[in-house]
Design a protein around this ligand. Structure first.
Ligand SMILES: *Cc1c(COP(=O)(O)O)cnc(C)c1O
Length: 381
């Protein structure tokens, strides 16, 4: 059937935003759902800002017209924000490309570097799944190395070995997340030094999706590293996941290449307006971050004494934990735990042998703690 479809796609499945959404215990419709599985902000825009944005839509956007495809105003605002955040003046609109979520930019950079058998991609698992997924859909080989089981640092000797040994095609693109998802650790000085040591014919993409939470950035190094690119997003700290806006910061020639391969009007007018709005009101929007960080510490403190759990520190708006090695059947127990929480209305992400839990509102976090503990306390370990 449908023999015109590329044969290798048969092995792939479509991305499921909420894994397990169709299996396991159904979520009852009369309970509150705590969506702690996608690392979004738990806070919608404040209503007065929502009204201002709606006014914007009503007064400014002409629905019959294509969006402004140059994104000049948005790119200028982003450049200013990036300079501010990195205490530099080096970034301008020629260093910025915007995408329909940073997911689109991941695809663009793969198309611009590795397609047609020209390059392979290196990633260190566990990490953000979209790099591997999008590379696969484009037929681009993905080379994976591991991380330390204690602190999730990248196995740098394996990574160097992979770069030395991989041929036909060679590795042309390295993806890292700073801080990593799902494990929440920022790049270490040693990892950064290794990235700096890579030759200029390898592009290093540093995904700073959680920058506003971690305050760790390499933006002040970009000017001297033409083979580095930063990705950021409006989907997390800026509370605009609904609008799908991400951006890349890089050397102007790489930005030109990304612009060549993107679709003409990749950002709808509404999304552009929302992102520009977020830049203009960034102080108000980012004001929730200290609360999220305080909640994160409380979540970690409340769970870390539990003998059944191992919890790691976090530089992002989520925590990562695994079951302590003393547990038997850890995978089955993780699945049972995830399903139990889901049946009570708390959605979390079971991933890479552990659980990733987004920091929610104080009420949501209290429920997470209580539900996790109650379930664990019924088990023997
Ligand atoms: C959430 C996330 C993104 C954001 O993707 P968008 O397409 O901009 O919503 C990018 N990278 C990582 C590592 C993420 O966790």
């Amino acid at each position: 059937m449908l023999n015109f479809i590329r044969s290798d796609l048969a092995q792939l499945t479509a991305y499921q935003p909420h894994p397990g959404g169709t299996s396991g215990e159904p979520v009852k419709s009369d309970i509150t759902i705590d969506r702690l599985d996608s690392n979004e902000s738990p806070f919608d825009l404040p209503s007065e800002l929502k009204e201002k944005l709606a006014w914007n839509y009503q007064q400014i956007i002409e629905n019959n017209r294509y969006p402004d495809g140059s994104y000049v105003a948005l790119k200028n605002a982003i450049a200013q924000y990036v300079n501010e955040s990195a205490q530099t003046t080096e970034i301008n609109l020629n260093n910025i490309s915007v995408g329909n979520g940073s997911d689109e930019l991941i695809r663009s950079v793969l198309i611009a570097t590795c397609l047609k058998g020209e390059g392979a991609v290196l990633i260190a698992n566990p990490t953000f799944s979209m790099y591997g997924i999008i590379a696969q859909t484009l037929g681009i080989p993905v080379v994976t190395v591991g991380r330390s089981e204690t602190d999730f640092a990248i196995d740098l000797s394996a990574a160097q070995e992979a770069i030395n040994q991989t041929q036909n095609p060679p590795i042309r693109l390295v993806f890292v997340v700073h801080p990593n998802s799902p494990t929440a650790n920022a790049l270490t000085a040693k990892e950064l030094d290794w990235l700096r040591s890579l030759p200029e014919n390898i592009l290093v993409v540093i995904d700073e999706a959680y920058f506003e939470f971690s305050q760790t950035t390499v933006a002040n190094e970009l000017a001297k590293r033409p083979n580095w690119m930063i990705l950021r997003t409006f989907s997390k700290a800026f509370r605009l996941a609904a609008h799908r806006v991400g951006y890349a910061i890089a050397h102007p020639q790489l930005i030109t290449a990304l612009e060549k391969v993107r679709l003409p009007y990749n950002l709808p007018s509404f999304s552009q307006a929302a992102a520009l709005f977020a830049m203009n009101y960034r102080q108000e929007l980012l004001a929730t971050i200290p609360q999220i960080l305080a909640e994160r510490e409380q979540l970690i403190n409340s769970l870390s004494g539990h003998p059944a759990l191992k919890i790691w520190p976090s530089a992002a708006n989520f925590i990562y934990l695994r079951l302590a090695p003393t547990n038997s059947d850890r995978t089955a127990k993780l699945t049972a735990l995830t399903q139990k929480l889901k049946s009570q209305g708390t959605l979390i992400r079971q991933i890479s042998g552990g659980l990733r839990i987004t920091i929610g509102t104080p009420e949501e976090n209290q429920r997470s703690i209580q539900r996790l503990k109650t379930t664990l306390d019924t088990w023997e370990f």
